[in-house]
Design a binder for this molecule. Structure first.
Ligand code: 0RA
Length: 636
């Protein structure tokens, strides 16, 4: 990870574009002006500090959420250069903060974070902040400068002398730009934990100073991604104690892999390139998969764990129950794909393959008990797969997934253009009945689901496909699942989960979300999935009717009506509302509120679904107790 320090300096700064465009079209640069975009501002600044860490010149980063809703990011990197850039007749720090795509990020050596929306530059943060203060420690002095909405309002000031180096940036996201300035501690914490895992030894502090939610955490992991895998498997039942760790370094790139098998059925492989979660995969991931399949089969053959007449294990068999982190760092990452999270560098594939071929084989030789466990798990998966195949019609899955016969319980809508259509997945036949009466049948379809659907976290694919409720969801959706999933065939553009506002309802909602997350994750990623918000109370006062969707709203209504006669009715289930009320409060697009389910981070989601749905009881109890009132993993 340590590269030689670049002799980058003020003169090398390149400028590609002006700043004014950023305030005009913020979403182009940070994705949105909602919660995601807001958090993105913080990531953008941290990414610059992480670059310093990857260059081996920074080992401490601190993020502070201040009481006044500003954010401070401190690092002990080299400090943004302060010398004058002749071409612009201004300090380098001002160039970095006011010119788009300026910085040591273009050309030069060292690894850099850049991909997706990352690497747009701190100037974007500056442009979208009503105020920004920068403090640089460098070349023996402390320097200060202040900006308002991207424009400098002071000259750069040279302050007291110092032997330290580093950068402190404090910014106030502009309320004119952002819908709501409310940072989510858990989202930031999980991101920073991830950064600390991926950069062994790096010390990252998150400090929340906001009133009533003061909190501090320090993230630092001596074991790096080995600790990452340990953390991910904490709530799973592991099959071997020792985590497999493989690393390799070449001139322009390096690789680290950590992996461990659990007795689950899912594969949880997360890949990163320059600390960016490559959710669309790429050359590093495909290199890993191919080499893993080959190495395990070779090992099984050489050690007579697979009989001569038995077929090779498939990649799918070998990855069942595997939790792994693959992290590559490279000089010139090429990010491709729809969300720019697919690594394209072709040289990486061979590098990963040859590393795995040599080093995993070596590990297995030295740890035969682990080798045996892995092969047994693969054989078990293969047997289950072929038994299921034999027991059923061979083409069952295919025909099921391709069948166009819609489930009998589905009350479909009459419009056929999916763009305008939505489907309600409704808990219980009785609520389903009311919903069928209440709906606008032109564009709203209703699928009633009976009771608790199967927990897919604890079942293999064949069992999942045998579940009647799940079959109904799959055929109604039209997209098929897993590898055959195709969003182009989606029959609806909104999938709305409508369950009772009680514990059972929450459980059913989680079961449905778990299924969608594991088998149709694209629906979640692309914002198709919503949660209906039925009211919790009805307040009747004379002829007037009010609905309250939370305890807080109930209080407000009751206070407003103080003195007047009123009747408060608590809704326990959807079934307690008649069709008209259900339409008005929960289903009518003009008056309802829907929560959009956004998986902020697949890693958080994986962790939460394993916690909620996996085998271990204790972590689940802890999670539920901690999050009883919140659905904190879905970012609204
Ligand atoms: C431009 C060039 C160099 C570093 C940085 C910017 C830099 C930016 C930020 C933002 C937050 N913390 C930061 N730390 C550094 C390279 C400096 C050199 O080569 O000396």
């Amino acid at each position: 990870m340590c590269l030689k320090k670049s002799d980058y300096d003020a003169k090398d700064i390149t400028v590609l574009e002006g700043l004014s465009a950023v305030r005009r079209r913020p979403s182009m640069y940070i994705g949105s002006t909602g919660s995601r975009g807001l958090h993105h501002l913080i990531y953008e600044v941290i990414d610059n500090s992480i670059d310093e860490a990857m260059a081996g010149v920074c080992d401490h980063i601190m993020v502070v959420l201040n009481q006044d809703n500003s954010v401070t990011v401190v690092d002990n990197g080299r400090g943004i250069p302060v010398k004058k850039v002749e071409k612009y007749n201004m300090s380098a720090v001002q160039v970095v903060l006011t010119k788009l795509h300026a910085g040591g990020k273009f050309g030069g050596d060292g690894y850099k974070v850049s991909g997706g929306l990352h690497g747009v530059g701190v100037s974007v943060v500056n442009a979208l902040s009503e105020k920004l203060h920068v403090e640089v420690r460098r070349d023996g002095h402390v320097y200060h400068q202040e900006y308002v909405r991207g424009e400098p309002v002071t000259k750069i000031q040279k302050g007291e002398s110092t032997k330290n180096h580093g950068t402190v940036i404090t910014f106030y996201p502009d309320p004119e730009i952002f819908e709501d300035i409310d940072y989510k501690y858990e989202i930031l914490a999980s991101r920073m934990r991830e950064m600390a895992f991926l950069n062994k030894g790096l010390n990252i502090v998150l400090l929340d100073r906001r009133d009533g939610q003061e909190k501090k955490e320090v993230f630092q992991f001596k074991g790096g991604i080995v600790d990452f895998v340990k953390y991910l498997c904490e709530k799973k039942d592991i099959l071997h104690k020792k985590i497999i760790y493989i690393s390799n370094k070449a001139q322009d790139h390096e690789l680290e892999i950590a992996m461990q098998y659990t007795n689950g059925y899912m594969e949880s492989i997360f890949s990163f390139a320059n600390n960016i979660n490559t959710t669309e995969g790429g050359t590093h991931l495909s290199g890993f998969r191919g080499a893993l399949t080959r190495t395990i089969n070779d090992y099984a053959r050489t050690n007579n764990l697979l009989k001569e007449k038995e077929d090779n294990l498939t990649g799918e068999d070998i990855r069942e129950g595997l939790t792994a982190i693959i992290s590559v760092k490279l000089k010139d990452p090429q990010f491709e794909g729809q969300t720019k999270t697919k690594l394209g560098n072709s040289e990486i594939k061979g590098f990963v393959e040859s590393t795995i071929n040599a080093k995993l084989a070596e590990f297995l030789e030295e740890n035969p008990s682990v080798g045996k466990v892995i092969v047994s798990k693969g054989i078990e998966a293969a047997r289950a797969r072929s038994a299921a195949k034999k027991a059923r019609d061979l083409t069952r899955k295919k025909s099921l997934l391709e069948s166009s016969a819609l489930p009998g319980k589905l009350a479909d809508c009459s419009v056929s253009d999916p763009q305008f259509c939505e489907i309600f997945l409704v808990e219980g036949d009785s609520a389903g009945g009311s919903a069928k009466q209440a709906r606008d049948r032109r564009f709203q379809a209703i699928l009633p689901l009976k009771g608790k659907i199967l927990n897919v976290e604890k079942a293999r694919l064949n069992k999942v496909l045998n579940s009647v409720e799940i079959q109904a969801i799959i055929t109604a959706m039209g997209t098929s699942i897993d590898e055959e999933f195709d969003i182009k065939n989606a029959r609806y553009s909104k999938i709305i989960i409508m369950t009772d506002a009680d514990v059972d309802g929450a459980h059913i909602r989680t079961l449905i979300l778990t299924f969608l997350y594991r088998y149709m994750p694209q629906l979640l990623e692309q914002g198709y999935v919503y949660i209906a918000q039925p009211p919790l109370y009805q307040i009747k006062s004379g002829k007037e009717l009010f609905y309250a969707y939370s305890e807080k709203e109930l209080k407000t209504v009751v206070e407003k009506l103080k003195g007047a006669k009123m009747e408060v009715q608590q809704y326990k289930g959807l079934g307690e509302m008649d069709a008209e009320q259900l339409w008005e409060t929960t289903m009518n697009p003009e008056t309802r509120t829907l929560l959009k389910v956004e998986i902020e981070d697949a890693l958080i989601a994986d962790d939460i679904f394993s916690t909620l749905m996996g085998n271990k009881v204790e972590p689940r109890r802890e999670f539920i107790e901690k999050n009883a009132k919140e659905v904190s993993f879905i970012d609204v």
